[in-house]
Design a protein around this ligand. Structure first.
Ligand SMILES: [Zn+2]
Length: 67
């Protein structure tokens, strides 16, 4: 039986201290997966992987939508 999906505490907003998981740039996008694992991406890396992420992530929080 999978655990019921519950709403956890709201994720903390990304700050200048959050770094992209793929390169040293500042994180701009938080992608959360079904197992509650999350990955942070800068705008560049997010754009690069966007199609795959949008298919795989359970939620995507972007600071800017105009990428
Ligand atoms: Zn990056």
């Amino acid at each position: 039986m999978p655990a019921p999906i519950t709403t956890l505490t709201a994720p903390e907003p990304l700050t200048a201290l959050d770094r992209c998981d793929n390169c040293p740039a500042a994180a701009r996008v938080r992608t959360t997966f079904a197992n509650n694992h999350d990955l942070l991406f800068c705008g560049h890396c997010y754009r690069k992987h966007r199609a795959a992420l949008e298919g795989a992530a359970s939620s995507i929080d972007a600071e800017h939508e105009d990428w």
